[in-house]
Design a protein around this ligand. Structure first.
Ligand code: AMP
Length: 293
């Protein structure tokens, strides 16, 4: 089959719930399963890996692009967020995405919109402490997207591990009829986790950025199998990031993989999570602690 036959000529784009449901209704009537991939655009290989996974597991892959104002705690971050729908649509077409839902803000939050989905506990640690309101914004928009599309499966990256945990808990608690599929973090060849915000890094900052993943991986290995106390290793990790040119370290922590409880040792499945700044750009990353070595 030639390339042009294997891919749609262009990607259908819908901008409101009614059009989204019409398109999905046709597929459902034909017995086709649907995978949903929520994004904020600025697509890179990490996002495209989620789409490919959806295509491998579902008959249809539906991407969403919505730069959700409610999950931004800094105005300048929202304003500078990369937006290039034509470029994103071309990338989605190339990986065989079937439909793009790209609603305007008024479609998601019409005048008078007052609902809020909040997942207690999980959102009061890590990024929840450093980005007030962020996870309420995430939970609200993801809940709405899941109800708009009612997909069979929805795909989320482990890159945003706390977000994945919050979404998984929300779906469980509200019994939303969807299976959440986690997808491993996709990295650059030097270990840096791919992220749309990496595009803001200067050449010098980009050179320093892989230290975050390196430090998290080395710390996770030192904690493997619960053999070492976490506190001194986490302290050393924070100091290394500071010495390596990170201008501010929000946290480096050891947390349980299921409920994000703080751990003194990795004596149950755990992740090391970190957030640190290079100038005006905030990077986050996390790695699994090996169970034993
Ligand atoms: P975003 O557009 O940043 O909101 O991300 C949309 C989805 O892509 C989220 O589920 C992210 O966790 C996921 N994602 C972003 N970067 C990566 C990456 N480097 N590897 C895997 N998934 C990612």
């Amino acid at each position: 089959m030639s390339k042009s036959q294997a891919q749609p000529a262009h990607l259908p784009i819908v901008r409101d719930t009614a059009a989204l449901r019409r398109a999905l209704g046709v597929w459902r009537a034909a017995g086709e399963s649907v995978g949903l991939i929520p994004t904020m655009g600025g697509l890179h290989e990490g996002h495209l890996t989620l789409i490919r996974r959806a295509k491998a597991e579902c008959a249809r892959a539906v991407a969403t692009i919505f730069v959700n104002p409610r999950q931004f705690d800094r105005k300048e971050d929202l304003e500078s967020y990369p937006r290039d729908e034509a470029r994103d649509a071309a990338a989605l077409t190339a990986v065989g995405c079937d439909l793009l839902f790209a609603p305007p803000v008024e479609e998601m939050y019409p005048p008078g919109f007052a609902a809020k989905v909040s997942v207690a506990g999980l959102t009061e640690v890590l990024d929840g402490l450093h980005r007030p309101g962020h996870f309420d914004g995430v939970a609200t928009v993801v809940c709405k997207l899941l109800l708009q599309a009612l997909p069979d499966r929805a795909y989320f990256g482990e890159k945003d591990f706390q977000q994945l945990t919050v979404v998984t808990r929300m779906v469980r608690d509200l019994e939303l009829p969807v299976v959440i599929r986690p997808v491993e973090t996709v990295r650059e060849s030097d270990g840096l986790a791919m992220a749309s915000r990496n595009w803001h890094l200067t050449v010098e900052q980009r050179r320093r950025a892989p230290l975050l993943s390196k430090v998290l991986m080395e710390t996770a290995h030192a904690l493997a199998g619960g053999r070492a106390a976490a506190a001194p290793l986490l302290m050393e990790a924070r100091l290394r990031l500071g010495r390596g040119g990170f201008t501010k370290v929000d946290y480096v922590e050891l947390r349980a993989a299921d409920d994000l409880a703080a751990l003194e040792r990795a004596d149950r499945p755990a992740r090391v999570l970190g957030a640190a700044w290079l100038g005006a750009t905030r990077l986050i990353d996390n790695v699994a602690v090996p169970e034993a070595e």
